[in-house]
Design a binder for this molecule. Structure first.
Ligand code: TXA
Ligand code: MG
Length: 336
């Protein structure tokens, strides 16, 4: 059966859409909803059977734990062992795109934590997300609402394309403003450790709690994966993607002469670095990191539908403001 998409944007439709979604969640169903980062696929976090349905719909490996979304700090503190650092960070960044990993309390199902000793919690800023959690009156386990391994959805249509027929309901809150996933910070160890760069930067976190381990998480055979979602290849379009720090007419000519249909992504400010040549299609991206993040996944999805052989991305600068975007691009480029 096709999955209904309910309008949660218009003030007239919203109350009934939210009421229906809350009912679905309370009866163990799956509802996709907008957050300020990307769309999430929600289920009652306290209902193990409902949480298992998330894994089935996404095709997600059971060893990858889920973020629990809450409506208030007090609700997070019921799921996780709260700390002073958590209080300070929540005061500064919640509601917003920062996920905190803390020791779990009893009562959090193993399905949510993948059997691990910690739980990830976040208080999202999107009004539809917040109203939905409050109305359902349960914490919501919610990964990004895409099939495992593909791009996170930044619009309700993306969710429909990926998960239509597999979930119960989609709430359409319009395109998301953040565009990439939240920052994930592990507060269960000292010093705290960045697990996934995101819209909140390490510098902003350190201004609140002091130094953290900023090193990117490199999966290795010897170290247990601190955050299984950080498997190298992730967030990937279907079209192969190549990253370059600089562009030469020769490198592009080589590809085109091999018959590759290329699309080139560059920041508009970098237009001067693009060799003048009409053998490929160019796509000018926003110059600022926030703007770039907002459009990135949507544009990659659109490019996927246009039948190119390869996406070549002229990397944005190696600066903190661009860390999360460079992280997602390198995961999209990693070999399968
Ligand atoms: O912005 C976001 O974070 C979106 C919206 C929907 O909130 N959610 C999202 O969820 O991106 P997901 O499941 O696609 O990514 C969650 C990441 C994964 O890398 C997962 O491994 C990690 O968080 N994670 C979840 N629980 C964890 C835990 N207890 N310890 C370590 N990492 C955890
Ligand atoms: Mg995801």
């Amino acid at each position: 059966m096709p999955t209904p998409i309910l309008d949660a944007r218009s003030t007239s439709e919203r109350p009934s859409a939210l009421a229906r979604a809350a009912l679905v969640l309370r009866s163990g169903g799956l509802v996709a909803f907008p957050t300020e980062t990307v769309y999430g696929l929600g289920a009652n976090a306290l209902d193990p059977a409902a949480v298992r349905r998330i894994f089935a719909a996404k095709g997600r490996p059971a060893h990858n734990p889920l973020i629990v979304h809450v409506a208030a700090v007090a609700d997070a503190a019921r799921l996780a062992e709260w700390s002073d650092e958590a209080t300070k960070l929540a005061e500064r960044f919640w509601p917003g795109p920062l996920t905190l990993v803390l020791p779990r309390r009893a009562g959090v199902p193993d399905e949510v934590t993948a059997g691990g000793p910690t739980v990830a919690v976040r208080l999202p800023a999107h009004p539809v997300a917040r109203e939905l959690i409050a109305l359902a009156d349960v914490p919501l386990a919610a990964p990004s609402a895409n099939r495992s391994g593909s791009l996170s959805p930044t619009a309700a249509e993306h969710v429909g394309a990926d998960l239509g027929g597999l979930i119960d309901l989609i709430l359409d809150g319009g395109p998301t403003t953040g565009g990439i996933e939240s920052t994930v910070l592990d507060l269960s160890r000292r010093p705290a450790r960045l697990l996934r760069p995101g819209l909140v930067t390490p510098g902003e976190i350190e201004a609140v709690i002091g130094p953290i381990v900023r090193a990117a998480v490199a999966p290795s055979a010897t170290e247990a994966l601190p955050s299984p979602g950080m498997l190298t290849r992730h967030y990937a379009p279907k079209t192969p993607l190549t990253l370059v720090e600089e562009l030469t007419a020769e490198s592009l000519a080589g590809r085109v002469s091999r018959g590759e249909r290329l699309v080139l992504l560059y920041r508009v400010a970098d237009f001067g670095k693009v060799p003048s040549w009409d053998g490929f299609r160019g796509l000018g991206m926003p110059n600022d990191a926030d703007g770039y993040a907002r459009v990135l996944y949507g544009w990659l999805r659109a490019v996927d539908e246009q039948g190119h052989d390869r996406i070549v991305v002229l990397l944005p600068p190696d600066e903190e403001a661009w860390q999360a975007i460079r992280d997602r691009l390198s995961r999209a480029a990693a070999p399968e």
